[in-house]
Design a protein around this ligand. Sequence first.
Ligand SMILES: [Ca+2]
Ligand SMILES: [Ca+2]
Length: 191
Amino acid sequence: MLQSQKLEQTMANEFLMTKWRLWYQSLDVNHDKVISLDDVEESRKKFSELHHLSAEEKESTMKSIEQWWEKYIFRGSSGQEITQEQFLNRLNAEFKSNKEKFIKDKRDCFSTILGVIDINHDKFIDQDEFVLCFRAYGHENLTADTDFFNAYKPVDGKVPVKVIVDSWTDFLSSEDSSKESIEKKAFESGV
Ligand SMILES: [Ca+2]
Ligand SMILES: [Ca+2]
């Protein structure tokens, strides 16, 4: 067997790799093509400012957002820059070594950040909470952000946190391209 074929077999399928690339790009808050501590700073600062948090709330929120980046994105590498290639290789290695653990980890990842985004702690995400978070993460197209939110089919203007967590977990772990992904579609249409 050729080396390239061997290599290909050990990678997740193109559908999932494409989604991981979109996730990487979505985390590049300042759009300089690399994930670094600057993205952490910008996202947590903008998030706190847009919500007009009090000094005390701001401190704990900034800390939560930083811890989220450190645990789930930098993986304890103390904010070292991650290139897209490194990011994809790491996701792939984790996915291939233990799919169940990978899924659980992504569920934890999104439960944690949704806990921050759900600023009024009602276990629902409303349009303001959703759009504000995407703005904080450098996605400034309000129409695209609003369409993204509406794709979750809100009832009375709200989507249960669990629905969004499930959807994002599926986004980052499903190789089934016959199943439509809300997040893939949103990022590809310009969020
Ligand atoms: Ca960046
Ligand atoms: Ca809420």
